[in-house]
Design a protein around this ligand. Sequence first.
Ligand code: SF4
Length: 289
Amino acid sequence: MNSENNLNQQLFQQLLGWQLAGVDYLSKQPSSLTEEFKDFFIGNQALQDSAQNDNLTQNREVSRSLEMLESSITLFADKEPGAPKDILSVAQREKALKILREEVSKCTKCAELSSTRTQTVFGEGPLSPKLCFVGEAPGGDEDRLGLPFVGEAGKLLDKIILACGLNRKDVYVCNILRCRPPGNRQPKSSEASNCRMFLERQIELVSPEFICCLGAVASQNLLQTTRRIGELRGNFYDFRGIPVMCTFHPASLLPGRSPENKKIVWEDMKKLLTRMGLPIPKRESQKGG
Ligand code: SF4
């Protein structure tokens, strides 16, 4: 049983590795790997019978492993070359995000960050949201709680979202990095590049209609540009077919920094709302920010 479980785990890691590396299709020919995996693992009655018995930790691991393997096979099996990206069902995307979150939680690609973090901060929000905010990296509060944008900057982001007539639970929020840089220093380019495969896969699975990049680090990394945030903000860009608006990071609007830029952020948000086909809340519109 142990050897089967180990092999199962190894195959799962291999499939996930291919998927994260950008492989999104495996042939569905009967002789393909996918079918062989299914025949051997999913169709293995003895293995499934064992998995149903959760009296032993060993069997619980097999059960979990089977579920993960089945999800990863599903990720590949329904895709055809050139097929639309949103071919996965909601249930498949939820499963794939769960797998991705688990993979992120074990990631040690950035040696310094993985050794100093309390936990990874994956991101949160619904699938297929109208809007996804992308920030820079977790800070101290986020690292402690495992949630994005929950500190002072997060409270300000909540206010911006409310001013837009939206609720935090209706938008997706994530960061360029999933681990806190020590002392809240800026992410290194190598760290952003290490974490990019997670970000790309996450956005693909979440599938937002619009993205709003918060600050220079988020904007420059998502859009792969060196242009300054002052130039980027207030304009629309494209990330894999998704319209992207860039604006200042809420942390930069806090007292003692540049709170006068709140008006500029509101101008950017109004542009975004208009493009999204949403009304600009009257009260805020009258206030002008
Ligand atoms: S920042 Fe991203 S790539 Fe780096 S260790 Fe954390 S999860 Fe891994």
